[in-house]
Design a protein around this ligand. Structure first.
Ligand SMILES: [Zn+2]
Length: 70
């Protein structure tokens, strides 16, 4: 079972990908300035929270009881 937030994000990202790849230029530009910006900000936050140490391990993933997507 996919968690609701993960499912919603997955649908949004897949929709964005299809529009960027196959949509008309105006639609891709409009979507990039709205959902595309939010998606990139989410990715930036995710990467900031999951930084590998010198051994390549993420301390947050090793110690956090709650998975990110719940
Ligand atoms: Zn992590």
């Amino acid at each position: 079972m996919m968690w609701p937030v993960k499912h919603a994000v997955s649908v949004s990202l897949n929709t964005q990908l299809r529009v960027y790849q196959f949509g008309e230029d105006a639609a891709a530009l409009d979507l990039a300035r709205k959902d595309g910006v939010r998606s990139l900000l989410g990715l930036i936050v995710l990467l900031e929270k999951h930084r590998p140490d010198e051994d390549g391990l993420c301390e947050r993933c090793a110690t956090d009881d709650r998975p990110v997507w719940r």
